[in-house]
Design a protein around this ligand. Structure first.
Ligand SMILES: CC(C)(COP(=O)(O)OP(=O)(O)OC[C@H]1O[C@@H](n2cnc3c(N)ncnc32)[C@H](O)[C@@H]1OP(=O)(O)O)[C@@H](O)C(=O)NCCC(=O)NCCS
Length: 178
């Protein structure tokens, strides 16, 4: 039985795994995911994206949460800790990615549950994200209690250049706030 673990990576650890992070993002885009890049994927731009993420982790403004199966990184998600003085209670979720080979076995859900735990631990009780409308991620978020707050038509293009709508979603972790 494979062993799955969910861990927060520091910047140095993450940087040592740059090629694997890039593979997960590139394979996801080539499989149709709307996660910032298009086909043909520019590998240098993907590497540069991850280096920016690692720098952000290094200064403490973002958590990089990773799923590992038998020592191999198979998925990741980021929790950005909004730094504004008027948003100490807010977090933003970015780039939930599970490598295509490891999907449909609960890893995406486990990563999102870890986001909630880490957000709660930091008193980040309002979480926000956006995702392509009608995709597996929207279903996952809905199942986990996220609420759709609006649709943006033509928000971004898919990996092949077709315009797609996004849905903005939110989740309160403190039920006393409404
Ligand atoms: C969205 C994404 C992260 C989901 O990851 P995942 O690990 O497949 O998610 P889960 O396994 O938790 O759930 C996916 C499906 O598998 C099902 N599932 C979970 N465990 C399962 C199991 N043991 N056996 C069979 N099915 C299972 C879930 O019920 C869910 O079904 P649904 O899609 O019909 O609702 C993944 O598809 C992905 O990386 N997509 C590309 C990137 C992307 O779009 N990210 C979102 C950016 S906002």
């Amino acid at each position: 039985m494979p062993t799955t673990s969910i861990d927060i990576f520091d910047a140095d650890t993450a940087a040592r795994h740059l090629p694997r992070f890039s593979d997960i993002l590139i394979d996801s885009v080539e499989g149709g995911a709307l996660v910032g890049h298009v086909i043909p994927v520019n590998a240098a731009a993907v590497a540069s994206y991850w280096e920016g993420v690692f720098a952000s982790v290094g200064v403490g403004e973002r958590l990089l949460i990773c799923a590992t199966v038998d020592g191999e990184i198979v998925g990741t998600v980021q929790l950005y800790l909004s730094p504004e003085p008027n948003a100490p209670h807010r977090g933003e979720v970015y780039k939930l990615l599970v490598h295509p080979t490891f999907r449909n076995r609960g890893i995406g859900e486990a990563l999102m549950k870890a986001v909630e735990v880490e957000a709660r631990n930091r008193a980040r009780t309002l979480l926000l994200l956006d995702t392509v409308q009608g995709g597996p991620a929207e279903r996952l978020y809905g199942r986990l209690g996220w609420q759709a707050i609006g649709v943006v038509p033509r928000h971004f293009v898919d990996p092949w250049g077709e315009l797609r709508s996004s849905v903005y979603m939110m989740r309160f972790l403190d039920s006393e706030i409404s």
